[in-house]
Write a protein that binds this ligand. Sequence first.
Ligand code: ZN
Length: 212
Amino acid sequence: MNLAHNPSEERLLAYAAGSLSAPEAVVVAAHLALRPANDEWVHTLMSVGGSLLEDSEPSPLSNGALADAMARIETDTGVCDVRPALNDMPELPEPLRRYALGPWRWLGPGVRAREVHAPRDGNCRVILLKIDPGRSTPRHTHCGVELTCVLQGAYATETATFGVGDLEEADEDTLHQPRVVSDIPCLCVVALDGEIQLDGWLGRLMQPFVKL
Ligand code: ZN
């Protein structure tokens, strides 16, 4: 397991405890859908947390009774046959399919983005980013957290390469220029807090035009 390409333990624990911000949780959920081993570990964390709660707080309805009741309701009403409308990208992992998507927007040569209508947290929101082979984003840093999970293709920064399921955690201290190294476009889901901050004189010139 390459630790540089997984969420930090703090972030996974916050996810398991349900205290991670909604946009970050969407990206972590996509990562876990592509990484069954990590998903299993998070479920273990969740069940450990759940059993600790059960030990400390007596529950009027046991988990089994609640599940039975829900199953009966679903069978009686046919609820289990009703699926929420799915978006127009079947290639997305399941956690992302339930969200409506905004239109693709052109951000630069070979770079486009569309909004994922998942819950926001202040200025932090979820976007899909699609970058053509050989293309890169401008060199930039960030106002806050930038959590990226690769869904298709691969990209490289100055220090590492990220493939399908890999997760990159970046923040104010990260200056990078992701460049696509796969021969297909690289599709990523990103939780982004605020606007990216472009580097250098050309970046400052372009800054007003790059709105993610
Ligand atoms: Zn970045």
